[in-house]
Ligand binder design. Structure first.
Ligand SMILES: Cc1cc2nc3c(=O)[nH]c(=O)nc-3n(C[C@H](O)[C@H](O)[C@H](O)COP(=O)(O)OP(=O)(O)OC[C@H]3O[C@@H](n4cnc5c(N)ncnc54)[C@H](O)[C@@H]3O)c2cc1C
Length: 420
């Protein structure tokens, strides 16, 4: 005659405000992969005494959000509340996360976009040593690097979001890579911008009404929910054997690549979601071909030779990452630190591949070429290649193109207020 729910969960976004709760409950005595089920619980249909809202919890960021919880005590729901068959809850959650992990990185893009806008306007408006801050080489470099990071994050997120429709069986890997990479790249970049803003990055009122400090606080949670960075890197490590195998055999879903990069998308088919991508990662497995296309473009004068050199370096690093992944010894429960480090390196190979493919399939404007160059420079530097002024120079070119739009509230006393 239905199901009886007991237990409590905290923290949940909107637990108090929402009418419905999507709930994962243990329905098999022993738990295990088939021992949990998903329910869509309509609070309005529960006996009032059978559940209670847990109070909002005060958090470091997202202070306006209803981060609270809910407790059930003999709450009865009908069979119609069950999502899918009984015992399929874990399976459904693991498939759903492949979508949400990609989509939630939009929160990171918004944060960095806003931060970069504040930083650029600050650097153009602030006078120091009788010159504008933006004319200091170090400041310009920081802004350009931040713009490159935003460009990389946008490219990865765009390609991954399109892959939902096209490379659906590979999403377990693509989503873990995207969720591990983008929030961390953005957080590191925010740290650099915070340093640039100096005291203004620290104020919760006065300068821009504390907008910067707010976005920086709010962003910190993105790397934690929907699977922390460690959880996602563990998932990437679970894919090492299939990534190595597919790299060696050159397997790739070539037919799906063009639509992953541009143009009309086929409808999303959830039935194609897989818990593990046995075919590896098409984007990375086709990196050597994208790098070759970039080298050809450079030979024809379409790109600077420096870009082709960086594409070749990325190709070399990606080969070595696959060799190292093949050598990792692990059990599912005992993943060594080297596997987490390698997963982080693989994410950067993925980002570099996305940049190369994206440029190859795009309009190939001068702006696209500059973004490719700056993006590759960033990826290679995060992969640990020694600093190289020829690469880093692309950041400065990118910084020169950043528009310092709008009135900048930049009085040195920090009392001018913004209406944004
Ligand atoms: C603001 C906010 C809103 C939230 N909203 C919701 C919501 O709406 N719904 C919901 O269900 N939950 C929500 N949560 C809960 C959130 O999903 C969990 O906090 C999150 O999944 C991490 O769980 P935990 O903090 O308990 O860490 P734990 O799972 O206890 O992990 C502890 C530590 O171990 C690490 N770790 C875990 N697994 C591995 C591994 N395999 N290898 C290596 N290290 C590992 C983690 O990274 C972490 O550092 C919310 C949390 C917050 C802060």
């Amino acid at each position: 005659g239905g199901w009886r729910l007991d237990g409590e969960k905290w923290l949940i976004n909107n637990a108090g405000r929402s009418r419905h709760i999507c709930l994962l409950a243990r329905t098999g005595e022993q738990g295990g992969p088939r021992g949990f089920s998903l329910f869509l619980v309509d609070k309005a249909r529960l006996a009032p005494a059978s559940y209670r809202a847990l109070p909002k919890v005060r958090t470091h960021g997202i202070r306006g959000a209803d981060i609270s919880g809910i407790a059930f005590d003999g709450a009865v729901v009908g069979d119609d509340a069950l999502i899918g068959a009984a015992g399929t809850g874990i399976d459904t959650v693991l498939r759903s996360l492949q979508l949400t992990r990609i989509l939630c990185t939009a929160l990171s893009l918004g944060a960095l976009d806003h931060a970069l806008d504040i930083a650029v306007r600050y650097a153009h408006g602030r006078n120091l040593y009788e010159r504008h801050l933006v004319t200091l080489p170090r400041v310009r470099r920081t802004l350009g690097e931040a713009a490159a990071a935003l460009s990389v994050a946008e490219t990865v997120t765009t390609v991954a979001a399109r892959a939902i429709h096209t490379l659906t069986p590979e999403l377990s890997l693509v989503s873990a890579v995207t969720k591990a990479l983008v929030p961390n790249l953005v957080q590191d970049t925010l740290d650099r911008i915070t340093e640039l803003l100096g005291v203004r990055g620290f104020l919760s009122e006065g300068y821009l009404d504390g907008a910067y400090a707010k976005l920086e606080r709010d962003h910190r949670i993105v790397a934690v929910f929907d699977g922390s960075t460690a959880v996602n890197r563990n998932l990437i490590a679970d894919h090492f054997p299939s990534l190595v195998r597919a790299w060696r055999t050159g397997r790739a879903d070539r037919a799906a690549l063009p639509a992953t990069l541009s143009g009309a998308l086929p409808p999303f088919d959830p039935a194609r979601l897989r818990l593990l991508s046995t075919g590896g990662c098409t984007l990375v497995q086709l990196l050597p071909e994208a790098a070759a296309a970039v080298r050809t473009a450079a030979r024809h004068g379409e790109l600077p030779r420096e870009t082709a050199r960086m594409a070749a370096e990325l190709d070399t690093v990606t080969r070595s990452v696959h060799r190292a992944m093949a050598a990792v010894e692990r059990t599912p429960r005992d993943v060594p630190q080297t596997a987490f480090d390698l997963a982080a390196r693989y994410e950067l190979c993925f980002a570099g591949s996305a940049l190369l493919h994206h440029w190859t399939a795009g309009a190939r404007t001068a702006e696209d070429g500059l973004r490719l160059r700056a993006g590759l420079a960033l990826v290679l530097s995060r992969l640990g290649l020694p600093p190289d002024e020829r690469r880093a120079e692309a950041y400065d070119r990118l910084a020169d193109r950043l528009p310092a739009t709008g009135p900048a509230p930049l009085s040195s006393s920090g009392t001018t207020r913004s209406t944004r």
